[in-house]
Design a protein around this ligand. Structure first.
Ligand SMILES: [Zn+2]
Length: 318
């Protein structure tokens, strides 16, 4: 039996009061839509689930019962990880969802530091700032890693160029945004590729280990829209290959319903999951910068009732 749920709502770059407001908004929306479960998170960051963290504070205050009493609020995170175990896929990133973890129970100090204390985000902000300064945005103020990075850059460009450059968002965080910057006279050499060195992410293997230790539902996120060069099955096989190399498969689930998926893509993933005895999840990949995403047919995302039942609620963990 399928139930409405959205286990993929990003909070990108929001912190403190701003994040609390966004979380409340997301809960209100979940209640209005009658969602059985939601999961809100930032990439590579579990700080809102730690003591003193924003979502934890909301859960403790009893506000979840008031706003969305029928909705389960599942702790989650989406980890960008590198597939270094499979040389062929070396340069590729994988997104692994961890659902139902207890953030306090991550014993690996390095991992906790990198995902809970904003180290990666701070480093990313610095790298991106340095790259843009080198490429001619000389008086760009140092980026505040606690705020939306793209927004700060857009504001700067808007001030300089006098126009809003929303389209830049499509290019800025890709490997070759140079065309876009060139057309706005921020670059002189059309052949300058812009790579900004993102902080190194943990390996898929590491993320799966931490997820296991933590009792998380380890989920392959949006496999049909992860890598343009590989078909869904090839990509899942690569991750599954890594995980099975260390014994029993370390993957528990695959994100089957996804806002970019066609019905065929969802069906293909569901079939794969059935064959390999994996659970399936569903999520919108919504992001406060771009708004809420819907399923292609306009309906709410769905997933198995039993899978939802097995996941903990943030209120059980505090
Ligand atoms: Zn993702």
């Amino acid at each position: 039996m399928k139930k409405k749920a959205d286990l993929h709502i990003h909070t990108t770059g929001k912190k403190g009061k701003e994040l609390e407001d966004f979380l409340m908004q997301a809960l209100e929306k979940a209640d209005k839509e009658g969602l059985e479960a939601v999961s809100m998170f930032d990439r590579n960051d579990v700080s809102m689930y730690l003591p003193g963290g924003e979502l934890r504070k909301i859960a403790k205050s009893g506000k979840i019962e008031k706003i969305a009493s029928k909705t389960k609020v599942v702790p989650g995170t989406e980890m960008s990880s590198t597939i270094t175990d499979a040389p062929h896929y070396n340069k590729y990133t994988s997104h692994i969802g961890l659902y139902g973890f207890d953030a306090e129970k991550i014993s690996d100090e390095d991992m906790l530091n990198s995902i809970a204390k904003d180290k990666n985000r701070q480093q990313d902000a610095e790298n991106l700032w340095r790259m843009l300064v080198n490429f001619g945005l000389r008086d760009l103020p140092m980026l505040d890693y606690e705020k939306d990075l793209a927004e700060q850059i857009f504001n700067y460009i808007e001030r300089k160029a006098g126009t809003r450059t929303d389209k830049l968002s499509e290019f800025l965080f890709r490997s070759y945004p140079s065309k876009s910057l060139l057309s706005r006279s921020f670059l002189e050499n059309p052949n300058s590729p812009i790579f900004y060195a993102r902080t190194e992410r943990p390996t898929v293997k590491k993320v799966l280990e931490v997820g296991k230790e933590n009792g998380s539902l380890r989920t392959i996120m949006h496999p049909a829209h992860m890598n343009d060069e590989f078909k869904t099955k090839t990509y899942i096989d690569a991750i599954m290959g890594i995980s099975t190399k260390y014994g029993k498969s370390q993957i528990d689930a695959i994100e089957a319903e996804y806002f970019k998926n066609t019905a065929e893509e969802t069906r293909e993933i569901e079939k794969y999951a059935e064959k390999h005895n994996l659970k399936t999840t569903g999520g919108s990949d919504s992001d406060p910068r771009f708004g809420y995403n819907k399923r292609k047919d306009g309906k709410s995302f769905e997933m198995d009732e039993k899978t939802i039942k097995d996941l903990p609620d943030i209120r059980d963990l505090i």
